[in-house]
Design a protein around this ligand. Structure first.
Ligand SMILES: [Mn+2]
Length: 261
C-alpha cells in the first residue's frame, strides 16, 4: 500500500548577495546569491523544505510569490544593514551595508506579517527585524559601546563564543527548558540599539548587548530574532560541547510554522 503523502512545511530562506572579485575572470563583476549549506541542513533537520528567496530589489514580486507558498520565513546572516534603513548615515564608508538586500528582505518581512506566518531572524536577520519594527542599530559595537567582551574575532570566526542571559517568560526559555544562561557563538559587530516598537529583548550578553528579541504580543505568529548563528552551532557543536543543542530552536520554529492559530 502506498504511504500517504504528507506535505512537509516549507520555509522561505533569504539568501546572501555576493559580488565576486572583479579582478578575476570567473564571475568577475557578476552578482550571485549564496546560501550556506549548514543553513539548508539546519532546516532539513527539522523535517522542513527550504525555499531559497532572492536578495535583489527587482525580484520582490518573485519573492512575494515564493513566500505565499511558505509556512515560515527565515532571515539569514550576512553583510551589514545599511544605516539609512534606520535614518542614519554610515559612520564609515565600509559600514554602508547592502541597501539592495535590505530592501528585498524588508519587503519579505512585510509580506510574512501580512500572511501571518512566523519569522525567525538570525544575526543580521535579528537586526533587520528590529529595524523593520522601527528600531535602530549600533553601526559598530567597538566604536559606539566599547566593551571587554569579544562579539567578533575574525581569526576564529564562529568558534568565538560568549554567554548570554535569558529573560524569563519567552520562547527561548521554553526551547532551552528553563535555562537562564546559554553559551552562543558571536560573529557580529553591529547590534540592536533602540528596540523596535512592540519588541522585547530576551537575551543579553554580560555587557548589556542585546542577543535576542521577540514580539510578545501577539505571541503568534512567532517573530523571533537571535544574534547568534544556531545553524553553525548545530553543525559544529562537537567543537564547543558547552553550547546547547540549537536544533531545538529550529524544531520549535517549524512547529510554530505548522500550527494553526
Ligand atoms: Mn554577541
Amino acid at each position: 500500500m502506498d504511504s500517504p503523502r504528507v506535505k512537509r512545511p516549507r520555509i522561505g530562506i533569504s539568501s546572501y548577495l555576493v559580488s565576486p572579485d572583479p579582478s578575476r575572470a570567473a564571475f568577475g563583476g557578476k552578482e550571485l546569491l549564496a546560501l550556506g549549506r549548514s543553513m539548508l541542513h539546519y532546516v532539513t533537520q527539522a523535517d522542513a523544505v527550504p525555499v531559497v528567496l532572492l536578495p535583489w530589489k527587482d525580484q520582490i514580486s518573485v519573492n512575494c510569490e515564493l513566500i505565499k507558498s511558505c509556512d515560515g520565513l527565515i532571515l539569514t546572516g550576512g553583510a551589514d544593514i545599511s544605516p539609512q534603513q534606520y535614518g542614519e548615515e554610515p559612520l564609515k564608508p565600509e559600514w554602508s551595508g547592502q541597501p539592495e538586500r535590505d530592501a528585498a528582505e524588508l519587503a519579505l518581512i512585510k509580506e510574512a506579517l501580512d500572511l501571518k506566518i512566523p519569522i525567525l531572524g538570525i544575526c543580521r536577520g535579528c537586526q533587520l527585524i528590529n529595524v523593520a519594527f522601527g528600531g535602530s542599530l549600533f553601526q559598530d559595537i567597538a566604536a559606539q559601546c566599547p566593551t571587554n567582551l569579544c562579539h567578533r574575532n575574525p581569526a576564529i570566526y564562529d568558534l568565538n563564543a560568549h554567554p548570554v542571559k535569558l529573560a524569563p517568560n519567552n520562547p527561548l526559555v521554553e526551547i532551552f527548558e528553563g535555562r537562564e544562561d546559554l553559551l552562543v557563538n558571536a560573529v557580529h559587530h553591529q547590534a540592536v540599539d533602540k528596540l523596535g516598537k512592540g519588541l522585547e529583548a530576551i537575551a543579553r550578553a554580560e555587557d548589556g548587548i542585546v542577543e535576542a528579541i521577540w514580539r510578545p504580543n501577539p505571541r503568534h505568529p512567532l517573530v523571533l530574532g537571535v544574534q547568534w548563528h544556531p545553524e553553525w552551532i548545530a553543525s559544529h557543536r562537537s567543537e564547543i560541547p558547552a553550547m546547547a543543542d540549537q536544533t531545538r530552536l529550529i524544531k520549535f520554529f517549524v512547529q510554530e510554522c505548522e500550527s494553526e492559530f
